[in-house]
Design a protein around this ligand. Structure first.
Ligand code: GLN
Length: 422
C-alpha cells in the first residue's frame, strides 16, 4: 500500500448524494453508512455442482438438534497434554515465523525415520518429503500440480468428497471405478478397462473412507501391474494408515519400490494424534514429483505453521504413539459394534479407519440422505449418508458412523439407535 494511502484516515463511506448508486442504503445503526453492496456482475462458478460438504452439513444439523454427532470424522478426545506443552514451548521460545517452505527440517527428518521404520523405504527429507496443511490440501495440491486439462483421473467410488472437485478444477475428467456395496472391493478388471492413454492419475485410499475396508498386498500387486510401463501417477490417500485392525498390516505404496517410484503418499497428523483441527499432514513422493508438488504448494499455503511442526518433530520420536493407535481404535470399534448389535442395523465389516458402516436394508425404504437427516432429528444420532461419496449416488441402504468418540458417547448413541423408529 502506498504511504499516502496508509496515512489517510479510515472513512466509512460517502453520505448519500443525488449521485449515490442504487445499492446505497443507510445502515441500521449510527456510524454505519452503507450495507455491503452486491457484486456488480455474474460469478460463473468453477464448481457449479458442489454445495457445502456433507460433513459440515451434518455436523451443523447435529449441533442445531442436539444430536450425538457420529457424522463428521473427528475424535471427541484430546491428545496427551505433552503435545500441547511442546507446542507452547516452541511458541514461547520464539519459533513463530515462517518455517521453510517444505516444512521444518526437524519434522521432515522425523518423518523420514518413521516411514523408514514402518515401510522400509528411505525418503530423502530434502527432496522427497513435504509438510502440508492437512491431507485435503495435499490432495488438492498434488492434483493441481500433476494433472493437466484434458487428462483423466481414475477414482474409486465411494470416494472422499474432495477428490472429484480437485480434478474438475484442474480441467480434467474424473473416471469412476466402483467399490460395490456391500463388499466395497476393487474390481481390477474394471479398473484395467478404465485406463486410457489420457489416464494421468489413479487416486487410491486405504484404509478406505467411508467403507472401512483395507486393501491387501494382492490389491497393491494388481495396482502395480496395472500401471507398469505407463506414466501414470498414483495419489495414495493413506491418512488412516495407523488404524488397521485384527493384526493386519497397512499396505502402503511406500512399501513397494515400483509403486513408491510413481506415488504421492498422503498422511495426516490430525488423524494420528487426535488433532484434526491443526490441519497438518505430509506427502512422500519421489523427487521428480515432489519438485512439481512444491511448485504449487508454495503458492497455495507457502508453509505450514512452525510451532506445531517443531512440536510434532519431537512427539513423533515416540513410536508407541502411532503404533498403539490400532489397538486403541480396535477396542472402540468392538465396543461400538457390540452396542450396534443391539439395534436392528446390520453391520458391515470394519477392517480399518474410525468409520463403521451399517446397513438398514429391510428396515425402511427411505433414501440414505433422507434417513440420515431423520435419524438426526428424531433419533438424536447424526451419521453420514454414504451417497455423499458418489457423483451419481446408488443410494445403497447404508450409513456411516464415526466411532472416534468417548465410550459413553458411543454407548448413548447405540441406546438411541436401538430405540429408533424405522
Ligand atoms: N475426513 C473427515 C470425514 O470423512 C471429514 C473432513 C472434513 O470435514 N472435510 O468425515
Amino acid at each position: 500500500m502506498p504511504a499516502a494511502a496508509a496515512a489517510r484516515p479510515f472513512r466509512m463511506g460517502p453520505a448519500r448524494s443525488p449521485r449515490s448508486p442504487a445499492w446505497w442504503s443507510p445502515g441500521p445503526s449510527a456510524g454505519i453508512l452503507w450495507r455491503m453492496p452486491r457484486f456488480p456482475g455474474a460469478v460463473p462458478s468453477r464448481l457449479p455442482n458442489v454445495g457445502t460438504t456433507i460433513f459440515t452439513v451434518m455436523s451443523r444439523l447435529a449441533a442445531e438438534t442436539g444430536a450425538i454427532n457420529l457424522s463428521q470424522g473427528f475424535p471427541e478426545f484430546s491428545a496427551p497434554p505433552l503435545l500441547y506443552d511442546l507446542v507452547a514451548k516452541h511458541m514461547r521460545a520464539g519459533s513463530n515465523q515462517y518455517a521453510p517452505m517444505a516444512g521444518t527440517v526437524a519434522l521432515r527428518e522425523a518423518i523420514a525415520r518413521k516411514v523408514e521404520a514402518l515401510y522400509g523405504t528411505r525418503y530423502d527429507p530434502e527432496h522427497e518429503i513435504t509438510v502440508t496443511a492437512g491431507g485435503t490440501q495435499a490432495i488438492f495440491t498434488a492434483i493441481t500440480a500433476l494433472v493437466r486439462p484434458g487428462d483423466e483421473v481414475i477414482l474409486f467410488e465411494p470416494a472422499y468428497d474432495s477428490y472429484a472437485p480437485s480434478v474438475v478444477l484442474a480441467g480434467a475428467t474424473a473416471v469412476r471405478a466402483r467399490l460395490a456395496f456391500p463388499a466395497y472391493r476393487p474390481d481390477w478388471d474394471e479398473v484395467r478397462r478404465l485406463v486410457s492413454p489420457r489416464t494421468r492419475l489413479i487416486v487410491t485410499n486405504t484404509p478406505h473412507n467411508p467403507s472401512g475396508t483395507i486393501w491387501s498386498e494382492a490389491d497393491l500387486g494388481r495396482l502395480e501391474a496395472l500401471v507398469e510401463g505407463t506414466e501414470i501417477v498414483v495419489l495414495s490417500d493413506e491418512v488412516y494408515e495407523h488404524m488397521v485392525f485384527d493384526g493386519r498390516r497397512h499396505e502402503s505404496c511406500a512399501r513397494r519400490p515400483a509403486l513408491a517410484a510413481r506415488s504421492v503418499v498422503v498422511s495426516s497428523f490430525g488423524k494420528t494424534y487426535h488433532v484434526t483441527g491443526w490441519k497438518v499432514g505430509y506427502v512422500l513422493a519421489p523427487r521428480e514429483l515432489t519438485l512439481e508438488f512444491r511448485r504449487v504448494h508454495q503458492f497455495v499455503v507457502f508453509t505450514v505453521n512452525t510451532p506445531v511442526q517443531l512440536a510434532l518433530a519431537e512427539y513423533l520420536s515416540d513410536a508407541s504413539l502411532h503404533l498403539g493407535l490400532a489397538a486403541f481404535y480396535e477396542r472402540k470399534r468392538d465396543l461400538f459394534r457390540a452396542g450396534l448389535a443391539q439395534t436392528r442395523l446390520s453391520l458391515l465389516p470394519c477392517e480399518g479407519t474410525y468409520f463403521q458402516l451399517a446397513s438398514y436394508a429391510g428396515l425402511t425404504e427411505e433414501r440414505d440422505d433422507v434417513l440420515a437427516e431423520r435419524l438426526t432429528r428424531e433419533g438424536g444420532v447424526a451419521s453420514i449418508p454414504v451417497s455423499a461419496f458418489y457423483a451419481q449416488p446408488p443410494h445403497d441402504p447404508v450409513l456411516r458412523f464415526c466411532f472416534a468418540k468417548n465410550d459413553d458417547t458411543l454407548a448413548r448413541a447405540c441406546e438411541r439407535l436401538a430405540r429408533a423408529r424405522w
